[in-house]
Design a protein around this ligand. Structure first.
Ligand code: ZN
Length: 224
């Protein structure tokens, strides 16, 4: 059966550790849904983005997989390489990522647009993180120019540990522990910040942060 539920922004008044889902529409019949990404120019969105996400209880259920499927589809459509659930208004500790580092098998060097599309699909490598934790971080730091789907059009350098050891549940609910570095380490730390209500611009100087906020607000005004 097809149905549609739109939660009202009134649920923003809810306080405490309960799970918050608002502004989401699920008009689907089993397919994935592209959800609205919250952005900092909207005061109600910002209030949600500042919330601390709550641990997922009871493992990875079909409902949680649907959320992760929707998050991935939303991220691909944006397009982006990482997304935390809070960015679509669900304050559970869930992250999806795709760095486009999938192994390309077979001949995908077809000609024209179709070939390029096939190539992009082939390189997809979706990753899913439920209740991620950093169990170790290197003293060595790494600087990367970061951007964020919730802070559109703003990019700036952020310094973070170069290598980290991660523990999380994957899409199938299996516990995984792995050491990561490079863009993977940058991206997962950026996304895990979202679970603490922290945006990458919070790592910048007050001056740069104020400029970034002004830029996003101006862009939103012009687009309205
Ligand atoms: Zn972000």
């Amino acid at each position: 059966m097809c149905y549609e539920i739109t939660f009202l922004s009134a649920s923003l008044r809810v306080s405490g550790p309960e799970i918050l889902t608002f502004g989401s529409i699920r008009p689907t019949c089993g397919g994935m849904a592209i959800r609205r990404i919250l952005t900092i120019d909207n005061a109600a969105d910002l209030a949600v983005l500042k919330r601390i996400s709550v641990p997922v209880e009871g493992g990875v259920t079909p409902e949680l997989r649907t959320l992760m499927d929707d998050m991935l589809e939303t991220m691909y459509a944006a397009p982006g390489i990482g997304l935390a659930a809070v960015q679509i208004g669900d304050t559970r500790r869930v992250i999806v990522m795709d760095l486009g580092d999938g192994v390309v098998e077979g001949d995908v060097q077809a000609v024209g647009d179709a070939g390029e599309a096939a190539d992009e699909q082939a390189r997809r490598n979706p990753r899913y993180f439920v209740n991620p934790e950093i169990v170790w971080a290197s003293d060595e730091l790494f600087t990367y120019e970061e951007g964020c789907l919730s802070v559109p059009e703003v990019f700036d350098a952020v310094e973070r540990p170069a290598r980290i050891r991660l523990r999380y549940l994957d899409y199938h609910g299996q516990s995984v522990e792995e050491e990561v570095e490079g863009l993977y380490a940058v991206c997962i730390q950026h996304e895990m910040d979202h679970l603490e209500g922290v945006l990458f611009i919070d790592h910048l100087s007050r001056l740069k942060r104020d400029r970034a906020v002004a830029k996003v607000k101006k862009a939103a005004r012009l687009a309205a």
